[in-house]
Write a protein that binds this ligand. Structure first.
Ligand code: CAA
Length: 383
């Protein structure tokens, strides 16, 4: 755990972890992926299997009862789950997104309580940054937290909250000083059971249909002052630092989706015969597969490089996190579109998994900052 690794050769532990997650994902998650998408239901089987094998939040440090996986191991877990079911990959991914603010900036008490509960499988964690009128401009948020003695009182609406309603714990960004913009934003842990917390209807989405996305409402939610994560006014910086790390996990998700699509298409072209031979014998098809594999490997290398940076608290992480997310998600979109194309009419039907993978890939270009925002982040942080 936390071990350094050679960028060009994974450690034996990382290889073994990949094998273990791949076989678990194929046995326990893949069989439900189509149904979860079709019915738009939460992949409870995946959560159960991941929790039973301690893979639901591998990033939690050992001192808080977690597996203490390094950033690359976390990437491998998410990648291998996304290879069979993108919705299910959001379990470990969003658990990291939601809880990393606590891990990076929280008090020892908050870490022990909430990272411990997450590691023990007592509840998942979600991340509440975006609002109906504050998406790309995250610092333009309106949700307000007002101090009242030993409490903070929260009011506002968060939108696009992944796993809202199924998560027990929420990192919530709120304005504590409206005169200061980003420096007047603070972060808090809110529990699902806190009085005044409620949820909107599930969004009807193009993809990741198994992962509920809902609004979260805060109506005079009164929480103890020690639920603030870090000092007052540091919430926005914590939120941005968190995204530097977790954009790498979205890159991993994109790599996994693309690998799933490429693997399927590769198998299909060997079987499918036209003009008296497998279509994989035609150079036009071979060139498509070559381009898909090339883009996928480039995306994977950048993703693993970014994971290595994040492990080292490297000054370049902001650039690399954005670059990995942007590049890998664009690659995943291209690769899944081409995979559908290789299956022709069959690829366009729900009898085959490619159209699901194509729909699931699309979100990776949008969430945790659109790829246009990633370009802003990269250009402000050129290496
Ligand atoms: N690390 C540490 N601190 C940072 C930081 C970073 N990477 N980036 C910014 N900050 C801090 C700095 O302290 C900075 O202050 P200084 O001037 O002192 O340096 C302060 O934040 C303000 O930063 P900016 O001036 O850069 O802020 P901005 O208003 O120009 O916004 C932005 C920057 C990059 C556009 C940002 O708003 C952003 O990333 N937008 C996209 C939001 C996003 O990714 N949302 C995803 C939501 S989560 C999700 O999608 C998951 C889900 O569940 C669906």
């Amino acid at each position: 755990s936390g071990a350094d690794f050679d960028l060009f050769r994974l450690t034996e532990e990382h290889d073994m972890l990949r094998e273990a997650v791949r076989s678990l994902a194929e046995a326990k998650i893949a069989p439900f992926a189509a149904e979860v998408d079709e019915q738009g239901r939460f992949p409870q089987e995946a959560l159960d299997a991941l929790q039973a094998n301690d893979l639901h939040a591998v990033h939690v440090p050992e001192e808080y009862g977690g597996a203490g996986a390094d950033a690359l191991a976390t990437v491998i877990v998410i990648e291998e789950i996304a290879r069979v079911c993108a919705s299910s990959s959001l379990i470990p991914a969003v658990n990291k997104l939601g809880s990393l603010p606590v891990q990076l900036s929280g008090s020892e008490e908050l870490k022990a309580k909430y990272l411990g509960a997450l590691a023990r499988g007592e509840g998942m964690f979600s991340y509440c940054l975006s609002e109906p009128d504050a998406g790309s401009d995250a610092a333009g948020m309106k949700t307000r937290a007002v101090r009242d003695g030993d409490f903070w009182v929260l009011n506002g609406v968060k939108r696009w909250i992944t796993n809202a309603g199924v998560s027990e714990f929420y990192t919530v960004l709120a304005v504590t000083d409206p005169t200061l913009r980003s420096k007047g934003i603070s972060a808090f842990v809110v529990e699902k059971g806190d009085e005044g917390v409620s949820f909107g209807a599930p969004e009807k989405k193009l993809g990741i249909k198994g992962s509920p996305t809902r609004e979260v409402y805060f109506d005079n939610v009164r929480i103890p002052a020690d639920r603030m994560i870090g000092a007052e006014g540091t919430g926005f910086a914590t939120a941005m630092k968190t995204l530097d790390h977790t954009r790498v996990t979205i890159a991993a998700q994109a790599v996994g989706i693309a690998q799933g699509a490429l693997d399927y298409a590769k198998g299909y072209v060997q079987e499918r015969k036209q003009f008296g031979k497998p279509i994989g014998d035609f150079q036009g098809v071979q060139f498509m597969l070559a381009d898909m594999a090339m883009k996928l490997e480039a995306a994977r290398q950048l993703t693993y490089a970014a994971a290595a940076k994040s492990q080292r608290v490297d000054a370049d992480l902001t650039f690399f996190g954005a670059a990995a997310k942007c590049f890998a998600s664009d690659a995943a979109m291209e690769i899944t579109v081409d995979a559908v194309q290789l299956l022709g009419g069959y690829g366009y039907t729900r009898d085959y998994p490619l159209e699901r993978m194509m729909r699931d890939a699309k979100i990776t270009q949008i969430y945790e900052g659109t790829n246009q925002i990633q370009r802003i982040v990269m250009s402000r942080n050129l290496p």
